[in-house]
Design a protein around this ligand. Sequence first.
Ligand code: BMA
Length: 382
Amino acid sequence: MQKLKKMKILNYLAGLAFIILIAACGNKKNTNQDSGFSASSNRTPETESLLSNLKKIASKGIMFGHQDDPLYGVTWEGDSDRSDVKSVVGDYPAVMGFDIGRIELGSKKSLDNVDFNIIRQEIINQFNRGGIITISWHMYNTLTGGDSWDIETKGVVTSILPNGENHNKFLTWLKQGADFFNSLVTEDGTKIPVLFRPWHEHTGSWFWWGKDNCTIEEYKELWLLTYNYFEEQGVDNLLYTYSPDSHGPGEIYLERYPGDEYVDLLGLDIYHRGDEEGIEIYQNTLDTILSFLTEEGEKRNKPIAVTETGLEAIPIANWWTELLLPTLEKYPVTYVLVWRNARERPNHYYAPYPGQKSADDFVKFFNSPKTLFVKDLPNLYK
Ligand code: BMA
């Protein structure tokens, strides 16, 4: 009797250990599949849903994006419901990019002279359409008071990191950004998820956070500082997007990578320069880096995107369907965003407007089953 009872207990314990083991393995598998290697877990459910949907969207097509799309366009500004893209194809871009440069100064208007209240409202409008929002930050130079491109005085990053003379001032600047992200709330109280692209194009040296203007370790520290500070401020609606400029793949792309826990998307900023003569280099560079990103994205379980691109003033009539699309469609690219249609700089535009040389081809690009505009999107926030 006693022996039987003992055996029963032993059997029971063995069974229990087995169940615990299975559960632990199951959990581990889940962690790797669902959120493994991904950034913060303290994010809103809509932000988490967006990330998992972004991992699947490339199988449906490439989302088209445009910077500042509803704010202004070629020869117009602030007209309600207007967009150069919509004027050509009848639908808004799936992704809209905005920039919050100058918010750090407490300024009412952005570096491109748009009121932040208008930017916020257009972000809400885009979310209500089911579209995606991405935000970059051309932050001013804390040390000199100049803009992002002010790189004459070295040591800006050193001065804003902990122990630097401008650290506290920098935190007050970051706070302005955190407050803006926290203020992106719909009428029913939903916080709007954003693909945030901090400290972009850092593999070049034109911004004060660029390659020749800070060390590898300083850049990584800057990223982590931003990430941790935002978390402290309760910013829980961001997916972090890493956006180096189009220098060679491999070491250069990853040299300053802050780590898988702090990055959600692998991006790339790359421009087609030099019209006809530039075609080959543009396509070859895209091919080289996108092959690399495809591999890294699969390995790290992160979506990939062309976070900025374009051919200024689009003088090549079939650029969209003969140059851009055939190159991108070979890779699992989630979205491609072209830069802004400036109203204050003639010929500084990257999306067509009615009558523009590439407008007919852009309609073909829109009609391709391989591209997605806002009405083509499934619910990305559930
Ligand atoms: C650049 C140009 C500038 C602009 C800046 C931030 O590429 O378009 O005119 O101020 O981006 O949007």
